[in-house]
Design a protein around this ligand. Sequence first.
Ligand SMILES: [Zn+2]
Length: 117
Amino acid sequence: MDDDAARDRLDAEREATLRRLASLTEDFDAMVAASRDTNADDEHDPEGATIAFERSQVGALVRQARHQLVEADAAVERLAAGTYGSCESCGAPIGDGRLEARPLARTCIDCAAPTRR
Ligand SMILES: [Zn+2]
């Protein structure tokens, strides 16, 4: 895969992650506001427990999206440094198929699944 194609893919990945993060943050803020209004995050209130659970789920997704964003930036840096597409662990090419499925992958499929060795 050439660098331009890789850059386009990483840009798309980054944008999609930013959009996801924005909508998750909105959900999260709305949930926090809703629970504040109804005082529903009292843990003795069964509905409050559900809301607290949902909030922690959204919180986890937000953290995941933030992590993804850091990974996207790191991938752009690797591209600039000329190391994008090489496994960080063994140095072997990661492979176009894997990069297509996981453009932010740092390692080749063998290093990503050490249990298979
Ligand atoms: Zn490897």
